[in-house]
Every structure is written in C-alpha cells, then in structure tokens.
Design a protein around this ligand. Structure first.
Ligand code: SAM
Length: 273
C-alpha cells in the first residue's frame, strides 16, 4: 500500500510505446501550449517526462534563449530521454533524474510546470501537484494532462475486458493509484493554490487499425507478473482472457473508446496567500 510504484513499469517496450504516444498526442499538446502564452526565453519543466514527453515541443517554443528541464525518476527511461534529446539536437533541454514529489529544484523558478499522464500512474498524486505549484514562479502557469478510465471500454462489450479491468482496478487501488484521477485533477490544482483554472476534456475512439487500440492489452502485459505474484489470478486463466480480448479487438465491428483525458491549467497567484 505504502510503496510508491509507477503502474506501468520501465521496460523498453513501454518506453517505445510512450515515444509513439507522444507523437500521436503532439496536436493536443500544441493546443494546450497555445493557450499558455509561453514566451520565447521562458523556463519550463516537464515532470515525469518519460523517454520524450513534450520536451521537443517545449524546446521549440522557448527557443535557444529559453530552458526546458525534463525530470524523470526511472534511470533507464532517463537514458532513453537523453538519447532522444541528443538525436533531436535539443540544445536547450536539460535532463535530471529525480522524484517529482520532491525535486530539490529551487521553488518559484519556472514560468511553466507541466506533467502529462503521471498522476494516473502513481499513489498520492496531490504531492506531485503540490511540488508543481511550488516550482512555478508567482504568476507562472501549471498545466496537466491526465487520464480517467471511466469510458475506456469496447463495444460490443467483451467479458474478458471487463474481468481484466476488474483485476487492473483492484491492483491499482491496492497500490493507492486512482485510475479516475483525471476528473479531479482540476480540484488537485485548485487545492494546491492555483487560480484561473481551465479544463478541456478530450475523448477519442480507436477503430481497427488505430495505433492505441490495444493500449489496455499493453497495460495488462505490463502488470502481468505482479497480478500473478499477488495471486489475483492463475497464469492459465489470465492467458485465456488475454487471448479472448485480443481476438475481440481483431474484429472489424469492435470499437474501442479511449480514456477521458483532462487538460487542466491554472495560474499561480502573484501574491502568496
Ligand atoms: C505514462 S508515463 C508519461 C510520460 C510522459 N509524461 C508522456 O506524456 O509521454 C509516466 C512517467 O512518469 C514517470 N514518473 C512516475 N512517478 C514519478 C515520480 N515520482 N517522479 C518522476 N517521474 C515519475 C514514470 O517513470 C514515467 O516515465
């Protein structure tokens, strides 16, 4: 319960998925940054940046006179982020290994503090939000892009999906992870002291051929060993469920509904209190 896990692990395959996902989400991230008036020369940080996050987009926006910090806890993932930054020649990006709950960076030192899909994967998300707000300068912006599992189902329904979701939900809950944090991310930001909070919801469908159609299958694969180790299910039954799910998703007539995503942003007041 008290252990601070990252739900989806740090395998190379998971990081490759994250890089592809960042490319797919580039348009949404651009839309968000367009709302924030981030000037050239600004100082921005992406907490839990993963292997690429929004580093490239922020790098372009702040320009050569600005700075982008990418902070990531996982050592292997950080190494992949370093390779990404070198490969893309992002000279204004600095990468740091650290914990988004307690970065050790000077408070009030960023014009923009951003985190995407971090809160939905960790326990005690409010601690990360508090650090986000602390890192923003007075008058600076904090922005979040989070998921909520509510609509993430398929139609026609699939008993294997429902059973696997039950297992995934129980596993997450036992680690203190809220799969439905997206809907309350606005509240977390507000409670941490932000004002002028704005919310944009996003939802997608993943028809056959969509790159994110099998995301739930990947998530179950990522936690497979832990589900077995915790005795939540026998390997044979899990494998049967996965076979059933994959076969269902291979059907042309099955539509997958995405998570609900919440882009939420707000301003740190100029005056404390
Ligand atoms: C789903 S990934 C999202 C990566 C990236 N933000 C993106 O949108 O592509 C979540 C990332 O947050 C990182 N993470 C989780 N908890 C963290 C913490 N306490 N401090 C720093 N990074 C953390 C994980 O290691 C992982 O790389």
């Amino acid at each position: 319960m008290g252990t601070d896990v990252y739900l989806l692990g740090h395998e190379a395959a998971e990081d490759q998925r994250l890089v592809r996902q960042s490319q797919e989400m580039a348009g949404e991230a651009s839309w968000l940054f367009d709302q924030l008036d981030l000037p050239v020369g600004a100082r921005a940080i992406d907490l839990g940046c993963g292997p690429s996050g929004v580093l490239e987009q922020l790098s372009v926006r702040v320009g050569s006179s600005g700075t982008v910090v990418g902070l990531e806890r996982g050592g292997d993932t950080l190494a992949r982020a370093r390779a990404f930054v070198a490969e893309h020649g992002l000279h204004n990006v600095e990468l740091i290994q650290g914990d988004a709950r307690a970065t050790g960076l000077p408070p009030g030192s960023f014009d923009l503090v951003h985190a995407r899909l971090v809160l939905v994967n960790v326990p005690r998300p409010e601690e990360i939000v508090r650090e986000m707000v602390a890192l923003a300068r007075p008058g600076g912006v904090v922005a979040s892009h989070e998921a909520d599992y509510l609509p993430h189902r398929c139609d026609p329904p699939c008993a294997a999906w429902d059973r696997l979701f039950e297992l995934f939900h129980a596993h997450s809950r036992d680690h203190g992870i809220d799969l439905f944090v997206g809907r309350r991310s606005h509240r977390l930001l507000r409670e941490a002291g932000l004002t002028d909070i704005q919310v944009r919801p996003l939802i997608h469908v993943y028809p056959k051929g969509h790159p994110r159609r099998e995301i739930f299958v990947h998530f179950i694969q990522n936690v497979r060993a832990e589900l077995l180790e915790a005795g939540r299910i026998e390997a044979k039954e899990l494998d049967n469920l996965m076979t059933e799910l994959v076969a269902h998703l291979a059907r042309e007539d099955v539509l997958v509904i995405s998570h609900m995503f919440f882009q939420v942003w707000g301003r740190k007041p100029n005056q404390a209190g």
